[in-house]
Each structure stands twice: as structure tokens, then as C-alpha cells.
Design a protein around this ligand. Structure first.
Ligand code: NAI
Length: 290
């Protein structure tokens, strides 16, 4: 029975996961590297809950109760009384390995571990822990409060009991669980990210400008968001990491990250979270940059 959930990383995804879990009555411990990052996550949760109140999805008292269930920290020790810990830190294998090694230090043996990685091998991450049987992938979609899917990924050692318990949490969150095998980027990003990468190639090669590419896919393929706008929303750093995992993991040149995507990440133009990506978000409306 899961009652208390630890969430590591208070960025877009970690704050979203803490948000939906707290609304469903779970006690949350939200951890990031320092207080400003934690505060940013809590602010985002408050703002997103206000939006839900505005749409009549939750009541102001639901927000107050949910925020009251979220405790924060800047180290992993307070996670020791959790039943399940969900890691949602930066998409970088070295970072995640380091986190899981540290988290396991002194952690009671019954605590389940999950990673929200978009692409990295669950089996490989599990292998740095002292409990591969109690480890699995739990891949939420962005924005977590709005998106209905969670991919569930078993590592080679994941025990059935772990899978069943985590699946029950997903169902209680009123999300649809879908099983994916432990292949690079699983199902959704295996299909989505090469499309986004192709859109960046189309921009790089001058097939169209930002507006033409996004409008083309919105009106021509009935996508709710253009691929470049979506890339900015996901974070270009995350998009690049996923493409690198696909490229290395499947050893196929069709997954080669577009050099323009690499350049944008090198420039720090990683999308909406820094107000600059394929669009400039510093004004009232996003403005295409190319
Ligand atoms: P983000 O950049 O918004 O947030 C990452 C957070 O992790 C930052 O607040 C950072 O300070 C924190 N962090 C880094 N190292 C840490 C450490 N050692 N301990 C604690 N916190 C640490 O990134 P985002 O978008 O929230 O992504 C997080 C994870 O979720 C990644 O694995 C990503 O692939 C995955 N994901 C992202 C989606 C997206 O659309 N952005 C969708 C689904 C999964």
C-alpha cells in the first residue's frame, strides 16, 4: 500500500507528478538540488492548480489540502519514510545513476523506486541500486496534470509485485497505464522524437521556417501543436538526450540528432523553460526565431 511518495527533481515533470499525486491524497516529499529549484517547483504547482480552479476542475480547498501534503527537501535523507520514490531529474544517465546510488544509502529495503526517464534503459539504472527487483520505469507525459497516459516499463529484474503496486498508483491517479518494453525511448518517444528531430532538420535545411513547419503539421496533419513548439515545450535538452539515447542504443543513423538541435542546446536555448528556443517567449505571445 503506497501512502507516501518521494519525487526527485522539481522541474516540469517532478512538479507535475507531485501535483497530481498530492491531489489524489498521497503525502509527498519533493526534492531538488537547492531551495530555489524546490521553490520554483512549488510555485509552478500553485500556478497550475490555480488554472485548474479557474476551469472548475478542482476547488480552492483541494489546492490548499494538496499543497499541505507536499513537504520539500534539498537532500535525499527525508525520503527514507516513503513507500515509493519517483525520480524525475534531468535526462542524463550519469546524473540519474548518481542519484539512485545516493538514494539507496540507508533506504529501507521495502521502498520501491521508479524512474520517469524518457529514454534511458530501466535495467541499466536499476543495476546501480541495491534493489533491481523493486525498480521500474514510470513514464508520465507532459503536462502531467492534463495528460492521461503513463508508460510502465519493467527492467529485466522487476518483480511482479513491484509492477502491480506501481500500476495501482497509476490507476488511482486516473491515468491509463500502457506497458512498454525496455527499449530506448520506449513507445511514445520512439515515435515522437524522430518526428520532432525531422522537423528540426526541415528547418536546418531551409525546407520551411518555424511558422511554416508548425502550421503545416497543425493544419496538415491535425496535430494540436506544431513539432517545433512541442520541442520547446518538452525542452530541447531533453529532446537531444532522447535522440542521443536512440542513436547510440539502436545504432542507426536515422536517429542522428540534427546539428541545429545540438547548436540550440549548446547555446542554452533549450525552449520554453528559459524563454528561448525555436520561439522567443519573452513577450506576451511566442515569436518564431527563424
Ligand atoms: P527539467 O529540466 O524541467 O527539471 C529537471 C529537474 O531535475 C531540475 O529542477 C533540476 O534541478 C533537477 N535535478 C537535477 N539533478 C538533480 C539531482 N541530483 N537531485 C535532485 N534534482 C536534480 O526537466 P523535466 O522536463 O522535468 O524532465 C525530468 C525527467 O522527466 C527527465 O528524465 C525527462 O526525460 C523526463 N520527462 C520529460 C518530459 C518532458 O516533456 N519534458 C516528458 C516525460 C518525461
Amino acid at each position: 500500500m503506497i501512502k507516501r511518495i518521494g519525487v526527485i527533481g522539481a522541474g516540469q515533470m517532478g512538479s507535475g507528478i507531485a501535483h497530481v499525486c498530492a491531489l489524489k491524497g498521497y503525502d509527498i516529499r519533493l526534492v531538488d538540488v537547492d531551495q530555489p529549484h524546490v521553490d520554483k517547483g512549488i510555485d509552478a504547482i500553485g500556478r497550475n492548480m490555480d488554472r485548474q480552479i479557474g476551469r472548475g476542475m478542482i476547488r480552492p480547498e483541494d489546492k490548499d489540502a494538496a499543497l499541505g501534503r507536499i513537504a520539500t527537501a534539498t537532500d535525499y535523507k527525508p525520503l527514507s519514510d516513503c513507500d515509493l520514490i519517483i525520480e524525475a531529474a534531468t535526462e542524463n544517465e550519469a546524473v540519474k545513476r548518481e542519484i539512485f546510488k545516493k538514494v539507496c544509502d540507508g533506504l529501507p529495503a521495502n521502498v520501491l523506486l521508479a524512474t520517469n526517464t524518457s529514454s534511458i534503459s530501466v535495467t541499466r539504472l536499476a543495476s546501480v541500486t541495491d534493489r533491481p527487483g523493486k525498480f521500474m520505469g514510470m513514464h508520465f507525459m507532459n503536462p502531467v496534470p492534463l495528460m492521461g497516459l503513463v508508460e510502465l516499463i519493467r527492467g529485466i529484474a522487476t518483480e511482479e509485485e513491484t509492477f502491480r503496486t506501481v500500476r495501482e498508483v497509476v490507476v488511482r491517479l486516473e491515468k491509463k497505464p500502457v506497458n512498454a518494453e525496455d527499449f530506448p525511448a520506449f513507445i511514445v518517444n520512439r515515435i515522437l522524437l524522430p518526428m520532432i528531430n525531422e522537423a528540426v532538420y526541415a528547418l536546418y535545411e531551409g525546407v520551411g521556417n518555424v511558422e511554416a513547419i508548425d502550421t503545416g503539421m497543425k493544419l496538415g496533419a491535425n496535430h494540436p501543436m506544431g513539432p517545433l513548439e512541442l520541442a520547446d515545450f518538452i525542452g530541447l535538452d531533453t529532446c537531444l538526450s532522447v535522440m542521443q539515447v536512440l542513436h547510440e542504443g539502436l545504432a542507426d543513423s536515422k536517429y542522428r540528432p540534427c546539428p541545429l538541435l545540438v547548436k540550440y542546446v549548446e547555446a542554452g536555448w533549450v525552449g520554453r523553460k528559459v524563454k528561448r528556443g525555436f520561439y522567443d517567449y519573452s513577450g506576451e505571445r511566442p515569436v518564431p526565431t527563424r
